[in-house]
Structures are given as structure tokens and as C-alpha cells.
Ligand binder design. Structure first.
Ligand code: ADP
Ligand code: MG
Length: 363
């Protein structure tokens, strides 16, 4: 798929701006603070409903304005679509697909597919398991509505349960309530574990291929889903998870939160047989994270038959020219929107100059 244009009104530092994109590589360049990341953020929002960099949606509305409006036109195999969002100064968001209001985020997600990469995503390898679970959740939610709804439900029930577990006044005679919630957690949780396992198995092959192309030493990358759950099918996982949750109930009451389930799982990342989460160098982390992201693009494409839009925020500055070129070569066949302060490579692309919340054809 590809985005042919975005329209930004009172969004961040954009008063009113239309930006048109070409098929292949689009380079947004300009000084720091010009609004390059803001433009990518708008695309991400229209894809995933949330911002990659803030949970405070109020911040998205131009200072002093009542509401922001953003809209993208997306061409897919079977037609052109628009996705639009209005964000009010109090942070309330409304979404429309093809001009029709959409009530639940689940209906938006998947219309416009994106894969986002920024220097922060390097944390994917070294940071806490939460970052790697987020990687799975973002990738899978865009491909499978069933995943997205199981995830929303799981998180909602877990939050209720944790609130109860934290509350010393009620927790001692709450077993009936907990049993209801635990059955729900087992059902939604099993759906998550089952899909994540399968996803990581397939991702592993794609990521290893990209990694071999990127890494100089031809190191061997292997990804596996890390979970204590053993059952092979979803029904088995549900039973297993329920048992494990119930077994840890007394412990969880003492600790004040649920300690068993997919919200504790991880992706094991192995490089030449050692745990990359602990031992990878900066350069190795970057190569692994990139390979995982390009693997995500491939997973999306094979699952949906549409290539997602790749958003590369500020990833060039850390790379030497050889690696910059290598990265650009990997984007062949993928509509890519890349931001940087200066773009020196002599490659075929559409250049867009961003200056103080305005966009102009670059040179
Ligand atoms: N709600 C807002 N209203 C107006 N300006 C904003 C808002 N949020 C951020 N900005 C401005 O946007 C600019 C940062 O834009 P950004 O896209 O991050 O820059 P860069 O081009 O470096 O990626 C800053 O100048 C900031 O003051
Ligand atoms: Mg930026």
C-alpha cells in the first residue's frame, strides 16, 4: 500500500499543510525542531490510533488551538481509502475511515499499515521485555483484528484484577471475583501466546535473512518466544494458563499483582549462541533491531498481501555512508518516509523540505 498524501491542520507545529508522497523513498529533511517527526507521528497515529512518543494526546493539538485534524489518503490493491482523525484540546480523539465515523480503534487498525523505526527502537534489544512485547503487540495487532481485541480485553481484565490485588481491604474474600477474571485472562491470554509463538517462529526466518545481509561478520541471529507455556494449541494453552494463574494466586495476593501470563513473556534474542539482550554491542543491537523491523515488514506483507509503509525517523545520522546506502537499498519495493537533517546520498527519491511546520518540494 502507499500513502499518496497527508493533510495536517493545527497538528503540533503545522497550521495547515498538505504533503504529497511518491511511491518509493520520500526524504523529509530540515533543521532540528522543524516538524519532521511530527509529520511521521501523524501517519503513525492514523495507523495505530496512538502516538509513538506520547500518551498525552492533548500535546498533539497546536498550542492554543481547539482541535487538530489529520488525514491520509491511502492507495491499496483494491481501492483508495481515507483515514482521518480529529483530536480535541482535551485529548479526545475521533476517527473516520472513508468519511464514516469509526467507534472502536479495532476498526481503524489495519487500514493503514506502518512499521516505525527510530533511534529509540534500538532499545528493542537491550531494554526491558516490555519493549519487545510492544514490538509483538504492534506488529500482530495490525495484522490480526482478533489479536488486537484479545489484547485490549486481556489488558482491561488484568488492570481490574491488579487493582483488586493491590487493595488490602478486599483481597482476602475476593476469590469468586478472581476466578471469573482468571478464566477470562486464560482465554484471552491463550490467544495472545498462541499467536505470538507462531509470529516469532515466522519472524525468526525473515529477521535472520535480513540480519545476514546487514551484519558484517555474518553472525547467526535466532529469535524465540520466551514463555513458560508449553501446550501446542490454543485450547491447551488456555487450560495450562488457567492452572498456572490459580496456582500463583496466593503469591499474587501478597505481591499485589498478577505474576503469570503473556504480560510477563519475552522474545529471546540469540546471536551466535549468546544472549544478545545482555551482550550485544551498540552496532550489533542496531543490526538486530533493523533486521527485526524489516522482518516485521515482511510478515505484514505475507499476511495481508499489502506492503506496509516504512517510517524511518532520524536513523541516518548514526550511520556511515556505506551503511546509509545499505539501509536505503533494503527499502527497495517499500514506500518509505525517512527523516533526516541532511540527505547526502545520490539515490532516486522524493525530497521534501520541512521548515517551521511547513513542507515544500526540496531539491
Ligand atoms: N502542540 C504543539 N503546538 C505547536 N508546536 C508544537 C507542538 N508540539 C510540538 N511542537 C513543536 O514541534 C517542534 C518539534 O517538531 P519535531 O517534528 O519533533 O522536529 P524534528 O524536525 O526535529 O523532528 C518543536 O519546535 C515544538 O515546539
Ligand atoms: Mg525528529
Amino acid at each position: 500500500m502507499k500513502i499518496t498524501s497527508i493533510q495536517l491542520e493545527k497538528f503540533r507545529n503545522y497550521h495547515s499543510q498538505n504533503i504529497r508522497f511518491g511511491d518509493g523513498l520520500n526524504v523529509l529533511y530540515g533543521k532540528n525542531g522543524a516538524g519532521k517527526t511530527n509529520a511521521l507521528e501523524s501517519v503513525y497515529l492514523l495507523s495505530l490510533f496512538t502516538s509513538p512518543r506520547t500518551t498525552k494526546d492533548k500535546e498533539l493539538v497546536m498550542f492554543g488551538a481547539e482541535k487538530a485534524r489529520i488525514k491520509a489518503t491511502v492507495e491499496k490493491k483494491f481501492g483508495t481509502h481515507t483515514v482521518a482523525m480529529q483530536i480535541e484540546a482535551n485529548g479526545k480523539k475521533k476517527v473516520a475511515v472513508d468519511g464514516l465515523p469509526v467507534k472502536r480503534a479495532a476498526e481503524l487498525i489495519g487500514v493503514l499499515g506502518v512499521v516505525y523505526f527510530s533511534p529509540d527502537e534500538m532499545r528493542l534489544v537491550k531494554e526491558t521485555p516490555a519493549e519487545r512485547r510492544r514490538f509483538l503487540d504492534v506488529g500482530l495487532s495490525q495484522q490480526q483484528k482478533a489479536y488486537f481485541s484479545a489484547l485490549s480485553r486481556y489488558n482491561k481484565v488484568l488492570k481490574q484484577k491488579n487493582n483488586l490485588l493491590k487493595d488490602n481491604r478486599y483481597v482476602h474474600n475476593a476469590d469468586d471475583m478472581l476466578s471469573v477474571w482468571d478464566a477470562q485472562l486464560a482465554e484471552y491470554g491463550a490467544a495472545l501466546v498462541f499467536r505470538r509463538k507462531r509470529y516469532v517462529e515466522q519472524l525468526n526466518a525473515a529477521a535472520a535473512k535480513y540480519h545476514a545481509a546487514i551484519s558484517e561478520n555474518k553472525e547467526n541471529l535466532s529469535l524465540t518466544y520466551e514463555t513458560p507455556m508449553r501446550a501446542a494449541d490454543e485450547a491447551g494453552l488456555k487450560e495450562e494458563l488457567y492452572l498456572k494463574i490459580v496456582q500463583s494466586r496466593e503469591k499474587d495476593k501478597q505481591l499485589g499483582f498478577g505474576t503469570v501470563g503473556p504480560h510477563r513473556d519475552d522474545i529471546a534474542i540469540c546471536l551466535n549462541g549468546t544472549d544478545a539482550r545482555k551482550f550485544a554491542s551498540q552496532g550489533q543491537q542496531r543490526s538486530i533491531a533493523l533486521a527485526m523491523k524489516f522482518g516485521e515488514v515482511e510478515m505484514f506483507s505475507s499476511e495481508s498481501g499489502e506492503t506496509p509503509v516504512l517510517l524511518l525517523d532520524d536513523v541516518m545520522s548514526e550511520l556511515d555512508e556505506v551503511r546509509q546506502r545499505q539501509l536505503v537499498e533494503l527499502t527497495a519495493g517499500i514506500q518509505t518516509i525517512l527523516t533526516c537533517t541532511e540527505f547526502r546520498l545520490n539515490v532516486n527519491c522524493r525530497r521534501i523540505l520541512i521548515e517551521d511546520g511547513r513542507a515544500a518540494d526540496g531539491e
